[in-house]
Design a protein around this ligand. Structure first.
Ligand SMILES: [Zn+2]
Length: 290
């Protein structure tokens, strides 16, 4: 059963003995023509998924898992509303709408940043990790000082943005690394019993998805393995920057394991509250919001 919290950007569910919470950090209107070729964009328009300005309204789900003694946060998306980072980000994405934000959402479920034990970063795109630091007195302060921060090795080592001081990878995840809090993940890795990072490259070389198993129930946080529900029905649809053959292999591997099952699934840019699962069709799969 879904439990809706009093604020409209936070939603929690029990998955076995774990509690999983989705926090929407904001909504970005993205012109559909900028992320899908014309035939795909036409089908998405026909499906009623775009607004009056021909834009997809892309959510930004941050996910908290409470299981045993672990307090795990997946993809700390943005810095706080009102931060200089936010003001700059809003110039890149006109029409950006912020919710009260990740830290307010965590507070609403009684979780302080200091209590977070693990930060799992699906990949090294800014919108999935910028919130690892918070602007405090004009400086970037590590937001989760007691957490190990995990990311796929291939998204950190050799990433040219590490050498660009103005980029978030250097300025923000770099601040975490300087504090000795960054761990690089190779392949698939168990984080705590029942929670694993699974290598699923394509969006980036080190992209990972997260699987939770608890008391017979299963949950996946997919990051950007899919950006939009249409990609689940059309497995060769992807954004222009994606390494499609690699992405397709990761999607096939995931679907062989998880779809269709009763597993509860969230992908980052789905509309809030983003809960869903994979359903079989006569031609493959489709997304069903739950
Ligand atoms: Zn993304």
């Amino acid at each position: 059963m879904a439990e809706q919290s009093p604020v409209a950007y936070v939603s929690s569910r029990r998955i076995g003995d774990a509690t999983v919470t989705v926090i929407n950090d904001g909504i970005i209107p993205i012109p559909v023509a900028s992320v899908f070729p014309p035939p795909e964009a036409a089908l998405i328009r026909a499906g009623g998924e775009v607004d009056a300005n021909d834009r997809l309204n892309s959510g930004q789900m941050v996910i908290h898992i409470g299981i045993g003694d672990a307090s795990i946060l997946i993809d700390p998306a943005y810095d706080d509303p009102g931060s200089a980072w936010n003001d700059h980000f809003a110039t890149i994405w006109p029409g950006l709408t912020r919710t009260p934000g990740m830290e307010a959402g965590l507070a609403s479920i009684g979780v302080r940043p200091e209590a977070i034990t693990h930060i799992l970063i699906t990949h090294a795109h800014d919108d999935h990790f910028a919130g690892v630091v918070a602007e405090r007195g004009g400086r970037n302060a590590v937001r989760f000082p007691n957490a190990r921060h995990l990311i796929g090795r291939a998204d950190w080592e050799g990433n040219p943005r590490r050498d660009m001081p103005e980029r978030d990878l250097s300025a923000r995840l770099g601040a975490v690394a300087k504090r000795g809090l960054l761990d690089l993940v190779d392949g698939d890795q168990e984080v705590v019993p029942g929670v694993a990072m699974i290598h699923a490259p394509g969006e980036t070389p080190g992209h990972s998805i997260i699987r939770l198993d608890s008391a017979g129930a299963r949950f996946y946080a997919l990051g950007d393995l899919f950006h939009h529900p249409s990609e689940i029905g059309h497995l060769n649809w992807a954004s222009p920057w994606v390494d499609l053959p690699t992405m397709r292999a990761s999607r096939d591997r995931f679907l062989a394991e998880a779809g269709p099952t009763d597993a509860t699934i969230v992908f980052t840019h789905e509309h809030f509250p983003a809960w869903g699962h994979i359903v079989a069709t006569d031609r493959g799969y489709r997304w069903e919001r739950t």
